[in-house]
Write a protein that binds this ligand. Structure first.
Ligand code: PLP
Length: 420
């Protein structure tokens, strides 16, 4: 029996089901490529981040860039989530999904005047500030609007997150955050600016962390800094320990969220801190609640390889092309024929347009393949390259199915363009 990283995926009558919905049935109803999410799996992931016995507030800020579909945001908003955003568009989406603006944290190294103005007008919870010029810019805009902007400084702790270089963000050569050595002077500067209100401190060292030690190293460096700030009269309300908890795609064994929270709480108690604690998980809340369904158009045996050419492309799901990510691929119909070795590739005119190399699968042309763990950094990274229509998205809830995004229509592909 194959095991799956998605907890609500199972075989029934030789067909894969997500909760109580047959994936082949979804294909008949909605076509392919199709993103499918499981509400029960989202709930399990959310529950894993709840920590009932904490002696303080813990805010879970869902990192919107992992999956920003309105229905997914609504799901988390209804459960009391805060949101970590990185653009005006994401802030607007979160509000559109029904969350209150004062639950929004705004991160990112390149916040524009327009974005800062918008965030202040909406009344967000906090700006996670990544540089000194950004601090001055926020002060100027807030003063102009007659407001005080709540801020936290993102500190770059200079620790190696031991993850893929493209998703590592906490080394001093990365573009993120304020150098650990400059943090005290940056806070003193912030304290001198009347348009700012110092609310907290934050870090985020990278994504898909499967080991707690870099995280805890960074945490200790941050706690030392908080002590030094307090000695200078700068008291913080919250400490935001970022996101980055990894998930299982293949055989990774990331720590549980409860373990991470317990260790952070213990660290805080050891130094006698009473602060509100914040986390910014993205991937670990959604990755293993989703999959991408794609139809096998052609089987193409060549001298070197057997290719299964599918109707999804790198424009729909770019993780393998961008990060050489390994994602599990399974046939939604369980076949008893002998498996053979396939490369699973898309139709886009690039050799980077692949999903999986050297997989043992039994496939017939016309079958549907499911690419698993595609709930995070998948649909949010989709593009219209090759003038392809981005996929539809559905959410299953027991035996029910909700369409949460229509497939792009042809008109929507050029709707913003004009002939000369
Ligand atoms: C991307 C990001 C996150 C979420 O990271 P995950 O690995 O998806 O948990 C959190 N905080 C910041 C600032 C980010 O840029």
């Amino acid at each position: 029996m194959t095991t799956y990283p998605i907890p609500t995926l199972s075989e029934k009558n030789n067909e894969l089901h997500l909760e109580n919905v047959s994936l082949n049935h979804l294909v008949k109803e909605y076509g392919t490529p199709l993103y499918v999410y499981s509400k029960a799996a989202l709930q399990q992931a959310w529950d894993a981040w709840q920590h009932p016995n904490a002696d303080r507030n813990i805010h879970i800020c869902y990192a919107v860039k992992a999956n920003s579909n309105l229905a997914i945001l609504q799901f988390f908003a209804q459960r009391g989530a805060y949101f970590d955003t990185v653009s005006k568009g994401e802030i607007a989406r979160v509000i559109k999904a029904g969350a209150s603006a004062d639950r929004i944290v705004f991160s990112g190294v390149g916040k524009t005047v327009e974005e800062i103005t918008y965030a202040l007008e909406q009344g967000i919870h906090c700006f996670n500030v990544e540089s000194l010029p950004e601090l001055d810019r926020i002060h100027d805009i807030a003063t102009h609007l007659g407001k005080r902007a709540p801020i936290s400084l993102r500190i770059n702790p200079d620790v190696d997150a031991q993850t893929h270089p493209y998703i590592s963000t906490g080394l001093k050569e990365n573009k993120f955050g304020i150098d650990h050595n400059l943090a005290e002077s940056a806070y003193m500067h912030a304290a001198s600016l009347s348009g700012l209100k110092i609310a907290g401190i934050d870090y985020h060292i990278g994504s898909q962390l499967t080991n707690l030690s870099p995280y805890l190293d960074a945490q200790n460096r941050l706690f030392n800094l908080v002590k030094k700030l307090a000695a200078r009269g700068i008291e913080l309300e919250h400490i935001d320990l970022g996101g980055g908890l990894g998930v299982r795609y293949k055989d990774e064994t990331p720590p549980a969220a409860s373990e991470l929270i317990a260790q952070s709480l213990q660290g805080l108690r050891d130094v006698g801190f009473k602060h509100t604690l914040m986390f910014e998980p993205g991937r670990s809340l959604v990755a293993n609640a989703g999959l991408l369904l794609t139809n096998v158009e052609y089987l193409k045996p060549t001298e070197a390889k057997n290719f299964a050419i599918v109707d999804a492309g790198m424009n729909d799901l770019i993780r393998p092309a961008l990060y050489q990510s390994w994602m599990q691929v399974v046939n939604t119909t369980v076949r008893n024929e002998p498996a053979i070795n396939y490369d699973i590739v898309g139709p886009v005119c690039e050799s980077s347009d692949w999903f999986a190399h050297d997989r043992e699968l039994a496939i017939a042309a016309g079958d549907t393949l499911a690419i698993l763990s595609a709930g995070a950094y998948s649909m949010t990274m989709a593009s219209n390259y090759n003038t392809r229509q981005r996929p539809a998205e559905v959410l299953v809830d027991n035996q029910e199915t909700h369409l949460i995004r229509q497939r792009d229509t042809l008109n929507s592909l050029w709707g913003n363009e004009q002939l000369l």
